[in-house]
Design a protein. Structure first.
Ligand SMILES: *Cc1c(COP(=O)(O)O)cnc(C)c1O
Length: 409
């Protein structure tokens, strides 16, 4: 077959798929989340019609002549599997642009590289241990100053802003105390002072909350958690609307090179197709477990934003569509030993770091995820010795409660 004939057929196939496609990111803004989770960003493979995005396991792309290529030159810069995922993730967060990274921390690293020596950042004090670590142990050495403060009352933030403050960094619900921060109020404060608002939306996922709609500039996810959803991939992403910020972050993605491989992108693409179904069950099971723990005689306090007595329950109701599957609780015997006896006796809740997978996990922030925070600082921020964190999975709720009952005797 002549080359020109072959090219003609390929162009015809591409055009044909494009014209019939409802999958294109630009076309699907009117579709609801459940539809976008399945269709956004993905197109049938133009060369075979494969409905699932292929894993383009390649490092480079052949060019007809120097510069004459199909938009792909080298796989650190672009990969079609990654492009599909970036467009899908942007769509489900109601954002224009998506950028994927090798982990949530790699995404965090890229955002912090927007800063210059001398710049200041205000950060919520109850946050992911690794985020605290990269700020205090890596970026502080480059002359960037971080203030960790309570943001339960967003109005308190204003008192910490100086002429050098460039960024406001929030996580809500927070990890592990499930505090709620008012995203819209933070956006107002950030923009009044020319600051970039970054929101780590890992705990809520786009199913429960869309920070872009509330004025956030950059949404960050550890896709390792609910987006991937099956505890089989480490991945991170950034979602945003501003073209200048997107260009700077895309530059970081390519020049620093912390990009995910195509197989990992494919796993996240596959994971998000069931996000809505999984999150619905995470929410139902989370509620059942929180209510069980709340009345248990050995339990001192349950942290879950769905309780009307949660300090920011009203803000949670305003900005979230449900309360999720993350729950923390303390014991009346507030000791590491008491926590250990619970942690080692559950059978269905596996003792492990991480969260957001279909299976239930139990963890001890003081010695695990938040082990890198000094004890004094940890206790000051309310992370007591007996604090136990649950990532409630999508198993049967009665079985999960029975498992906790056995461990809490
Ligand atoms: C896990 C997590 C991160 C870091 O993501 P990795 O994928 O582990 O690098 C950041 N923020 C939150 C809230 C997390 O739970």
């Amino acid at each position: 077959m002549h080359n020109s004939c072959l090219i003609g057929i390929v162009i015809y196939l591409c055009a044909n798929y494009q014209s019939k496609s409802v999958y294109n990111k630009m076309d699907n803004q009117n579709y609801k989340l459940a539809t976008r989770l399945i269709h956004a960003g993905v197109e049938p493979d133009p060369s075979t019609g494969a409905i699932m995005t292929p894993i383009y396991q390649t490092s480079t792309y052949v060019q007809a002549a120097p510069g004459d290529h199909k938009g792909y030159e080298y796989a650190r810069t672009q990969n079609p599997t990654r492009t599909a995922l970036q467009n899908a993730l942007a769509s489900i967060e109601n954002a224009k642009y998506g950028l994927c990274f090798g982990s949530g921390m790699a995404a965090t690293d890229a955002v912090l590289k927007l800063l210059q020596p001398g710049d200041e950042v205000i950060v919520s004090n109850d946050l992911y241990g690794g985020t605290y670590r990269i700020m205090t142990k890596v970026f502080a050495h480059y002359g960037i100053k971080f203030s960790f403060i309570s943001m339960q009352n967003a109005g308190d933030i204003e008192g910490y802003i100086t002429s050098k403050t460039r960024m406001l960094w929030i996580e809500t619900p927070t990890n592990p105390l499930l505090n709620i921060i008012d995203i819209a109020a933070c956006a107002q404060i950030a923009h009044a002072h020319n600051m970039i608002l970054v929101c780590d939306n890992t705990f809520a996922s786009p199913y429960l909350q869309n920070p872009i709609d509330l004025g956030t500039d950059i949404v960050l996810h550890s896709a390792t958690k609910y987006l991937g959803g099956h505890s089989d991939v480490v991945h991170g992403c950034l979602l945003l609307n501003d073209p200048t910020l997107e260009e700077r972050l895309r530059f970081m993605q390519n020049s620093c090179g912390a990009v995910p491989g195509p197989h990992d992108c494919w796993l996240v693409l596959r994971g998000i197709k069931t996000l809505h179904i999984r999150m619905q069950r995470h929410c139902e099971n989370g509620e059942a477990v929180a209510k069980y723990l709340e009345q248990h005689p050995k339990v001192a306090k349950v942290y879950w934003a769905g309780f009307p007595h949660h300090p920011n329950h009203d803000i949670a109701k305003k900005q979230m569509r449900g309360f999720g599957g993350m729950i923390s609780f303390t014991l009346k015997d507030d000791s590491i030993e008491a926590a250990m006896s619970v942690l080692t006796r559950t059978k269905l809740f596996s003792l492990a770091e991480s969260l957001g997978g279909v299976e239930s996990l139990i963890g001890h922030p003081a010695t695990m995820t938040h082990g890198s925070i000094p004890r004094e600082e940890r206790i000051k921020n309310g992370l007591s010795d007996s604090l136990i964190r649950l990532s409630v999975g999508i198993e049967d709720a009665d079985d999960l409660i029975a498992d906790l009952a056995t461990a809490l005797v």
